[in-house]
Each structure stands twice: as structure tokens, then as C-alpha cells.
Design a protein. Structure first.
Length: 202
């Protein structure tokens, strides 16, 4: 069963439409019990890190997600901020510790490179750093102010967003995959990426 986390935050509708276009009917989930029944879970993007994390902590949903990833019971995809909450913390709110699965801090684009235009909005290609079963070819749509550095060990793809700035665009840890881009807004390549994620198994 495919699930999309629905806590009243994030672009749930866009993700649901994209998944439905693949002839898959996702279930909107809100509780740990529902999450434990899934084969795949998607954490939507969009929102502030503080509000997103507080929503995840309701009914200990964050603990349920971490448990599914650590035991490799459920394939989890975090999109944009859904990837950020899997990291140690974000520079958007350094007082808020998050899941810590990806042992890195999410930094602001300006902190990464002072001359970069932020937010970064537009289409960019990915460069894979190691073999993966995911579809990562072509251009994808980005819209973000924060990022992961390009040299982290969990990165499986990087993206050069201008002449001097490269970021990690896809990361993996056990059964978790995180992407900085928005597959639901990335046209055919985004749908192919989502299809390849749904085709993976634990």
C-alpha cells in the first residue's frame, strides 16, 4: 500500500495527483498505525521546518517513521523539506533537532555560497554519484532556500545550480530516499522518478 503523510501541511494534493496519474491510488495517512501498514510512504515538501516537525511529533509519528526506516520495513521518500526533517537539524531553525537519520545539517544557500541567488527556483540536471535503481536522468524542478552540502556520504546525486554552487539533490539512508527537487512538479521525468521509487522494495 502506498501512503502520503497528510498532517495539514505540505503539498499533499499535488503529490496525490502525481501518484494517481501512475495508475496507483495512494492512501492519505495520519497515524503511526496507518504508517506501519504501508509498503511506501511519501513525506510531502513545502512548509517551515518548525511547523513540519511539530506536526510530525503529534502522536509520535516521527518515531514511527524512524522505526520503519531503521528496520527497513517501509520505503520512505522525503521531498524537499520532507528530506530536511530526516537530517540532524536545519539552519532555518537551529534550535529544532529533527530525525538525525542523515547525519548532516541543512544549510541556507547563502551560507553555502554567498553569491548564489536564493531562493533557487528552476530546472536543473542531476549527476549521480553511485549506481541506483531510481530514474535520475533529465531535468527536475527545484524551489528552495536550504540545501545539503554536495560532499556528504549519503548523497547519490548532486546538482550544480549555478557556475559556482553544487548541492546534494538526492540522498539515501537504509529505506529512506530524500530529494531536494519536486518530482510532482517535474513533468515526465518527475513521474518516472516516482514510478522508480514505487517499484523499489525493502
Amino acid at each position: 500500500m502506498i501512503g502520503i503523510l497528510d498532517l495539514g501541511i505540505g503539498n499533499v494534493g499535488s503529490i496525490k495527483s502525481a501518484i494517481s496519474s501512475l495508475s496507483v491510488e495512494p492512501k492519505l495517512v495520519k497515524t503511526p498505525q496507518e504508517i506501519q501498514k504501508l509498503t511506501h510512504l511519501i513525506l510531502p515538501g513545502v512548509g517551515s521546518i518548525s511547523a513540519y516537525w511539530k506536526s510530525l511529533c503529534i502522536n509520535k509519528i516521527n518515531e514511527a517513521i524512524v522505526g520503519e526506516i531503521e528496520t527497513k520495513q517501509t520505503k520512505v521518500l522525503g521531498i524537499c523539506i520532507g528530506m530536511h526533517v530526516a537530517c540532524l537539524r536545519s539552519h532555518e531553525d537551529l534550535t529544532q533537532e529533527t530525525m538525525g537519520l542523515i547525519g548532516e545539517e541543512v544549510i541556507s544557500l547563502k551560507h553555502h555560497h554567498s553569491a548564489v541567488i536564493a531562493p533557487h527556483v528552476g530546472w536543473n540536471e542531476l549527476t549521480t554519484t553511485r549506481p541506483t535503481g531510481l530514474h535520475l536522468e533529465g531535468d527536475y524542478y527545484f524551489d528552495h532556500n536550504y540545501c545539503l552540502r554536495p560532499d556528504i556520504k549519503s548523497a547519490i546525486a548532486k546538482t550544480q545550480i549555478d557556475n559556482e554552487t553544487t548541492i546534494s539533490s538526492v540522498v539515501q539512508y537504509k529505506s529512506f530516499t530524500g530529494c531536494q527537487f519536486h518530482p510532482e512538479k517535474s513533468g515526465l521525468n518527475g513521474l518516472r522518478f516516482l514510478r522508480s521509487f514505487l517499484d523499489t522494495t525493502c
